[in-house]
Design a protein around this ligand. Structure first.
Ligand SMILES: Nc1ncnc2c1ncn2[C@@H]1O[C@H](COP(=O)(O)OP(=O)(O)OP(=O)(O)O)[C@@H](O)[C@H]1O
Ligand SMILES: [Mg+2]
Length: 239
């Protein structure tokens, strides 16, 4: 395990007239869970896609330690990402999908059984993905991200589709993962959903960072987390 912080500096992305992400700067530290939170359309997914080199940035940099994703020598051993849960072929089984992903990443085959166990997939690992619920797909996507035993996890709205037991399981998993000195960056459009899961908060609104710091400091911004969140994300943008 190597401590790898995520360093985002001045990231900017326009889609035609829409400025999706504007000069976004933050650090997600190793050993901590950082929540990347903002309302629908705030620019979360676009930022995370730029981190992973899936969308090109107009300006700015995103580094893992001091290396861009495309320059990592063993990308899936450094960064595990869940940005899109629809990647597995519908006619493959979860185990089959994991075996292929494991081989493609160059990881030892015993990782497959390990991630099936860790992600709680044991009960349906040999069923076809086409019959999977959203929550089962989320678990499979997370299992795939963990194949390379990565130092960093980047998760875009992983709680979507998880039942309450799944949410508690994910929270515990992320706590253990970060406690071992690894880095977690996790997005959501609901702060209260992640309030028990995160150490640090990066609040994004209309493509810009509206607040960043430890969650404990944010709680003093308003009488409840929800009020503080709404106060910062619903005010009119000053142009
Ligand atoms: N490929 C694209 N083409 C045009 N506009 C885009 C594209 N991708 C994102 N956008 C726009 O960029 C802005 C930010 O979108 P993004 O998906 O990053 O938001 P988000 O914070 O992930 O929202 P959500 O909570 O709904 O997932 C939105 O205005 C969106 O319409
Ligand atoms: Mg999104």
């Amino acid at each position: 395990m190597t401590a790898v912080a995520i360093r985002v500096s001045g990231l900017t992305k326009r889609f035609g007239q829409v400025v999706a992400v504007s000069d976004v700067t933050f650090t997600a530290e190793a050993g901590r869970v950082t929540g990347f939170i903002g309302p629908n359309g705030a620019g979360k997914s676009t930022t995370l896609r730029m981190l992973l080199g899936l969308t090109s940035a107009d300006q700015g940099t995103a580094l893992f330690g001091d290396v861009a994703y495309r320059d990592l020598s063993l990308p899936t051993s450094t960064v595990g990402a869940v940005l899109d849960i629809a990647s597995a072929h519908p006619s493959s089984t979860a185990r089959g999908h994991l075996r292929i992903s494991c081989d493609l990443g160059g990881h030892p085959r015993d990782r497959v059984d390990h991630v099936i166990e860790v992600a709680g997939l044991a009960g349906y690992a040999d069923r076809r993905v086409r019959g999977f619920s959203t929550g089962m797909r989320q678990r499979l996507a997370l299992a795939t991200a963990l194949l390379g035993d990565p130092d960093v996890l980047v998760l875009d709205e992983p709680s979507n589709g998880l039942d309450p037991a799944g949410i508690v399981w994910l929270r515990t998993f992320l706590r253990d993962f970060s406690a071992s000195g690894r880095t977690v960056l996790i997005s959501s459009h609901v702060l209260t959903e992640l309030q028990h899961s995160i150490d640090d908060l990066v609040l994004i609104n209309q493509g810009q960072v509206a607040w960043t710091g430890p969650l404990t400091a944010f709680a003093t911004e308003g009488s409840t987390l929800e009020e503080a969140f709404l106060a910062l994300t619903t005010k009119e943008q000053v142009t």
